[in-house]
Design a binder for this molecule. Structure first.
Ligand SMILES: [Zn+2]
Length: 187
């Protein structure tokens, strides 16, 4: 698997750009983390930063090579991969600043802090819907309808993703495939 950079493009919201970014990187064997953001110095009606800087989660100094410690899968490699999401005239642009990595793909999404953060955020809305006695099936549908590119939210959805690929090949939509899976699980 090549560690391909995400396609550059424009998005109607920062959230859409970020979700697309994480979705791409996760399915291409790496994770990106937000490093910093810049707020406009000029007068604007739009709140918040206008520019976000992302790097590979293996960016930064590699740990002391003299320590003699066993190198783990999550060690930093000073990876140069980086990109930005920038607002220009109300549109968000994803731009790759350095498209190459200096390490092999990682295949275990659970080890990615960036991914866990997204999962946790979605778990909150699932929990609140669960407290309102909304069935799991409807919760997931709800998430998908809000954002068809919604991120994986649990082990169920990791499994779902694999299954979806098979079903998409047979022309079934993402939502239909999800319902089928939930039905099979007896939810
Ligand atoms: Zn990297």
């Amino acid at each position: 698997m090549a560690l391909e950079p995400p396609p550059e493009g424009s998005f109607t919201s920062f959230e859409a750009a970020e979700i697309s970014l994480h979705d791409w990187s996760e399915s291409h064997g790496y994770a990106v983390v937000l490093k910093r953001s810049k707020k406009p110095k000029w007068k604007t009606d739009e709140s918040g930063p206008y520019k976000y800087f992302y790097a590979c989660d293996k960016s930064g100094e590699s740990r002391s090579q003299a320590s003699g410690k066993r190198q783990s899968n999550t060690r930093k490699t000073d990876c140069p991969f980086k990109l930005t999401i920038t607002r220009k005239s109300g549109v968000w642009y994803l731009e790759v600043r350095h498209g190459e990595h200096n390490h092999e793909p990682s295949l275990n999404p659970a080890q990615y802090p960036a991914l866990r953060k997204l999962i946790e955020a979605q778990e909150e809305s699932i929990k609140s819907l669960t407290r309102s006695h909304v069935a799991l099936k409807h919760i997931l549908l709800n998430l998908l309808q809000q954002d068809p590119n919604t991120h994986i939210i649990s082990q169920d959805l990791y499994n779902f993703r694999a299954k979806l690929k098979q079903q998409e090949l047979r022309g079934i939509t993402r939502i239909e495939a999800l319902v089928n899976m939930m039905m099979e699980k007896g939810n």
